[in-house]
Design a protein around this ligand. Sequence first.
Ligand SMILES: NC(=O)c1ccc[n+]([C@@H]2O[C@H](COP(=O)([O-])OP(=O)(O)OC[C@H]3O[C@@H](n4cnc5c(N)ncnc54)[C@H](OP(=O)(O)O)[C@@H]3O)[C@@H](O)[C@H]2O)c1
Ligand SMILES: *[C@@H]1O[C@H](CO)[C@@H](O)[C@H](O)[C@H]1NC(C)=O
Length: 330
Amino acid sequence: MVFRRTSLVLGGLLLASSAAAVEDIPALGLGTWLSDRDSVPHAVEFGLKHGYDHIDAAWIYRNEDQTGKGIAAAGLPRSDIWVTSKLWNNAHRADEAHAAIHETLSRLGLAQLDLYLIHWPVAFDPANSDSRHPTLDTETSLVDTWRTLEDLVRANLTRHIGLSNFAKRDVETILHVCEICPYAHEFETHPYLQQQEFVDWHLNEAGIKVIAYSPFGNTNPIYKGHENLPPLLKDSLWVGLAEKKGATPAQVVLAWGLQRGTIVIPKSTSDEHLLENVAAQKITFTDEELELIAKHDKKARFSNPSKQWGVQLFADLDDHIEVDVVVDEL
Ligand SMILES: NC(=O)c1ccc[n+]([C@@H]2O[C@H](COP(=O)([O-])OP(=O)(O)OC[C@H]3O[C@@H](n4cnc5c(N)ncnc54)[C@H](OP(=O)(O)O)[C@@H]3O)[C@@H](O)[C@H]2O)c1
Ligand SMILES: *[C@@H]1O[C@H](CO)[C@@H](O)[C@H](O)[C@H]1NC(C)=O
């Protein structure tokens, strides 16, 4: 991992080895949501210098400029880093989406993204897009927005496009119409919300990679609900597995995410945690251990703004909230 970048000096010519370029999305990335703005440049630079080669950003995290500083300070060739960003709900219309990706690219200091996601399957009216009580844009369908993202690939502004927080039926809608099809779907999944069937469907049938967000479940300090559950990293199952493998609970949780074929994107702004998390990649589980973990699914979802936005999210998935929806947004 550390010596991934190799180069050959031939007759005075420096040739970057083709094996160094990050072609497909790396299995472990660095999350940046709720990362304190002042800490972001250091965390991103430190991460990139210590084995991370994938950053998960978003326009709405309001720290893409700071993330860009960290990327620049690390000084790596662009092709050695994978950068994902996301289109916010207020910019689903074509003109807004073009402006939004340009803003994201300029803040990150990049000419092109590796992956650009529709952050949520919900369009806000750009004129009233306050996240606490937005007005929905019922004119712009998810298919319209997907067409816009396809144009962003054609314009060479991103290499790949994808989805985030979609219900299964909405992924299927996009699969039916796509000319450039989703590369990945980023959604909440962790030991307390395993969604194994949904994960397997993406990997085995839909041909879409799965990016597991909030891999530490209820560790994210703003998550509420399911207060009956212990903090995931203190859960006796995971503490026990960690002891057994001579690792930390965070490391075994991430290693499980990797072994089931998902891409994990833990957030941290702590040097110690960054090093701990990137070292999770060596741990493996037996079939018996995987079966035990599967039995401990709690179907507990922590990220769900359905009520706040007046939209039925995750309709066909575990632990959704029933919301009366007047207009079907597709
Ligand atoms: N697409 C979406 O809608 C969406 C939604 C949610 C999240 N995401 C993405 O997914 C990323 C990760 O999800 P998340 O931020 O919600 O939660 P997370 O990564 O599961 O958990 C983050 C929390 O864990 C702590 N932590 C990190 N490493 C640790 C370790 N080794 N031991 C103990 N604690 C540790 C962090 O604190 P320290 O910083 O102090 O280490 C932070 O409080 C986000 O940052 C974002 O990029 C996307
Ligand atoms: C697309 O953008 C990348 C990065 O800026 C650049 O290297 C490449 O030449 C561009 N390709 C085309 C066809 O313009």
